[in-house]
Write a protein that binds this ligand. Structure first.
Ligand code: SF4
Length: 241
């Protein structure tokens, strides 16, 4: 059975085409559950403004390729996110019906559950930090659309990961993260005029409010962490991180 697939390209353009999930899996040369699950979830999210990146985020979470805790940090609001983004109570039964007999899917889901459980343990010990990041994002949300609130919590939880924010959210690259943040928190994104790395940028905001998370120098120019916070012209990774 084919499905209508919305794929977001690296430059943000969204294209629609028909595809067979099994063919998609085989054509990738390996069972890339992230890409495959994203494609399927995107079918359900086509009507929502942020469908593509949220689909990617959820798909990565389900197969253990993000740094998000259980229920992507939303607790009982997880099902509300599902309804808003995908118009169903939960996308998991949809995917289980399609891939439940596949060993690769079974392993990926087991990994996803275990990683989310461990992330929840970590998050429980840093609840104040998550709440401060969430509050910062909420202050800058574009509107009262519930998706802005969901994303504030999800992004705050992902900040506890050890990689770049786009990766800890399970997104495909920095450009996709920027588009997602711009959709929900445009003023905050616009204030990153020096193109800081996003996780560092958010913690920098907390430091300016008296938090003690990141900055040990009076100014960035005097700080030994400069290269970790800012994308340098010579940085080969500048467009992806
Ligand atoms: S360069 Fe140093 S002072 Fe500036 S944001 Fe990074 S850690 Fe803070």
């Amino acid at each position: 059975m084919s499905v209508s697939v919305q794929m977001e390209l690296d430059d943000g353009e969204v294209r629609q085409h028909d595809a067979d999930p099994k063919v998609l899996a085989k054509s990738s040369g390996e069972r890339d559950w992230v890409a495959l699950s994203s494609a399927i979830l995107e079918c359900r999210a086509a009507r929502h403004l942020w469908g593509a990146p949220v689909s990617r985020l959820i798909a990565s979470f389900l197969v253990g390729k993000s740094a998000l805790p259980e229920d992507v940090g939303l607790g009982t609001s997880y099902s509300a996110l599902m309804r808003l983004a995908f118009d169903v109570e939960d996308v998991l039964p949809l995917l289980e019906r399609r891939f439940g007999n596949d060993l690769g899917w079974t392993h990926a889901r087991a990994l996803g559950r275990e990683r989310a459980r461990l992330r929840s343990v970590l998050a429980a010990g840093r609840e104040d930090e998550i709440n401060q990041l969430e509050a910062l994002l909420m202050e800058h949300r574009k509107s009262d659309d519930p998706m802005c609130g969901f994303l504030a919590r999800i992004v705050a939880c992902a900040c506890l990961g050890s990689a770049h924010l786009w990766s800890d959210l399970g997104l495909s690259n920095r450009g996709q993260l920027r588009r997602l943040l711009s959709s929900a928190f445009p003023d905050l994104v616009a204030s990153n005029i020096r193109d800081m790395r996003w996780k560092r940028f958010l913690y920098r905001q907390l430091c300016e409010r008296g938090g003690d998370y990141l900055c040990r120098a009076p100014s960035c120019e005097e700080c030994t962490s400069y290269a970790e916070c800012f994308i340098l012209p010579t940085d080969d990774e500048s467009r992806s991180h």
